[in-house]
Design a protein around this ligand. Structure first.
Ligand SMILES: [Zn+2]
Length: 137
């Protein structure tokens, strides 16, 4: 590997996303988060995920839906009980669920929220409930 090639590889590594916000899901390079104490996108002080810890696991879609729906319901309950808490747990769960769903967009929605929203769209059901309220945000 020549000097020029290694220089470009080093530059590519510098632009590589290394962390993902656990609340909003936005990914950052080391350079972008150097010296910051909160997410530059959403402002959370929650510990971000190291992208190097991403894993691929074998799971049945229905099993994953069970886990996500339980998490969704628990987050909704906790957010309702601690409504003065600035950071909503539901946002974190929905961000994770959406990232998982994007990997298999043709599959049944992972969240109840997504399923209800899809049913409303499919059957053209109009309600006065806005999506944020349904999410508990
Ligand atoms: Zn964030």
């Amino acid at each position: 590997m020549g000097v020029l090639t290694s220089h470009f590889n080093l530059k590519a590594m510098k632009n590589e996303k290394t962390v993902r916000c656990s609340l909003c899901g936005k990914e950052f390079t080391d350079e972008e988060i150097e010296g910051v104490m909160k997410c530059p996108n959403c402002g959370t002080k929650s510990l971000p995920c190291a992208i190097s810890d991403d894993v691929e696991i074998k799971i049945n879609w229905h099993e994953l839906r069970i886990l996500v729906i339980w998490a969704e319901n628990w987050a909704r309950k906790c957010d309702a009980e601690e409504s003065d808490r600035e950071e909503k747990m539901m946002l974190s769960i929905m961000t994770i669920a959406e990232r998982l769903q994007r990997q298999f967009p043709e599959k049944t929605k992972l969240t109840l929220f997504g399923e209800v929203r899809e049913l409303r769209k499919e059957y053209n059901i109009e309600t006065n409930i806005d999506d944020d309220k349904l999410l508990g945000l």
